[in-house]
Write a protein that binds this ligand. Structure first.
Ligand SMILES: Cc1ncc(C[n+]2csc(CCOP(=O)(O)OP(=O)(O)O)c2C)c(N)n1
Length: 327
């Protein structure tokens, strides 16, 4: 009705908006790549938004998250400034690390967020945070993110052994998108799920549908509560699907276009949640407006960033070496 104020946003609409923000952010990255504003490999997370959006609610500002090469949604979930993150990805001076980290190595001390392109290496760093929280008697948690491929890495085992033995507040989030580049998880895993490996570490292990934002939010809350209460580490394994190649430019010889389209049609977390919301009586126009607003906001943010000049090459070594240690 004209003049009627919008009804207040429900927590469910907020979850939908968070997913829409993440989708729009990565679409802006794809746009930036097409405009040649990003050099080097780009790994986006289209299809995995429900995990980032679901984890956000349980985390406090002083908790820590250490992510992977596919890190944008975790940074957004942790509260990293989105413009600074996108500017970093576009290698601009206003970026989170003044454009020196790029998309795989964003560091944000103010939100305790970082990422690494070394597969498996996020977990020992998160373990370090968990250990520090314990030594300082803080009831914070550290989240170490890995993919299914990373869960086969030795660092996964070593981090969970120590966290389990010392009951450290480590939550290992495994985004199981069933592929490690071209390798099918089921062809190489000795266990049906990764969550069931938790028993070997005295950890809580929970498997969840990573395309269902409500289920992820509930599961993640349980795991964080467990770790925060001093009961030791937890593994949350969220199954999801990667809608694009491993990196932009991946010829994807390991799956057909039909297979990819089938996954996208059946498992898109935004489409699935929009249907759930409308079945629950939310006006479809309101849901669509949220997506449109987030898309518009990301587009405007990218345009603003691309209007910035590239950093002066003369300053390329600034902030790279410790005080005065330039070669
Ligand atoms: C130690 C190490 N080995 C290999 C690579 C090359 N590499 C980059 S991503 C990747 C696969 C990661 O798969 P997964 O952990 O399932 O994450 P996803 O890409 O599916 O998100 C590999 C092998 C690397 N970056 N680091």
């Amino acid at each position: 009705m004209p003049g009627t104020p919008d009804p207040p946003a429900t927590p469910q609409l907020e979850r939908f908006r968070r997913m829409a923000t993440m989708r729009a952010f990565d679409e802006a990255c794809l746009d930036a790549l097409r405009r040649k504003a990003i050099h080097g490999e780009l790994h986006v997370g289209l299809g995995q938004e429900a995990i980032g959006a679901g984890m956000a609610e349980s985390l406090r500002p002083d908790d820590a998250v250490v992510s992977t090469h596919r890190n944008h949604y975790h940074g957004i979930a942790k509260g990293v400034d989105r413009r600074a993150l996108l500017a970093e990805i576009c290698e601009r001076g206003s970026g989170l690390c003044r454009g020196r980290g790029g998309h795989m190595h964003p560091f944000d001390p103010s939100t305790h967020f970082s990422a690494t392109g070394i597969v498996g290496a996020s977990l020992p760093v998160a373990l370090g945070y968990a250990h520090a929280f314990r030594l300082r008697r803080q009831d914070n948690v550290a989240v170490g993110v890995t993919g299914d491929g990373g869960s086969h890495n030795g660092a996964f085992h070593e981090s969970l052994v120590m966290a389990g033995a010392r009951k450290l507040p480590l939550v290992v989030l495994v985004e199981n998108n069933v592929l490690a580049i071209s390798v099918d998880f089921h062809a190489v895993s000795p266990t049906r799920t990764i969550a069931e490996r938790a028993a070997a570490y005295g950890a809580l292990g929970i498997h969840v549908d990573g395309t269902d934002v409500d289920a992820v939010a509930d599961t993640f809350a349980r795991a964080v509560e467990h770790a925060r209460a001093g009961q030791g580490p937890a593994i949350v394994e969220a199954t999801c699907y990667r809608f694009r190649g491993h990196f932009e430019g991946d010829p994807e010889h390991y799956r057909s276009r039909d297979e990819r389209n089938r996954l996208r049609n059946a498992h898109d977390p935004l489409t699935l949640y929009a249907a759930r919301l409308t079945q629950a009586g939310v006006d479809r126009a309101r849901v669509d407006a949220i997506r449109a607003e987030e898309k518009e906001a990301a587009k405007a943010m990218l345009a603003d960033i691309l209007a910035e000049p590239m950093p002066d090459p003369a300053g390329a070594l600034e902030g790279v070496f410790a005080d005065g240690a330039r070669p």
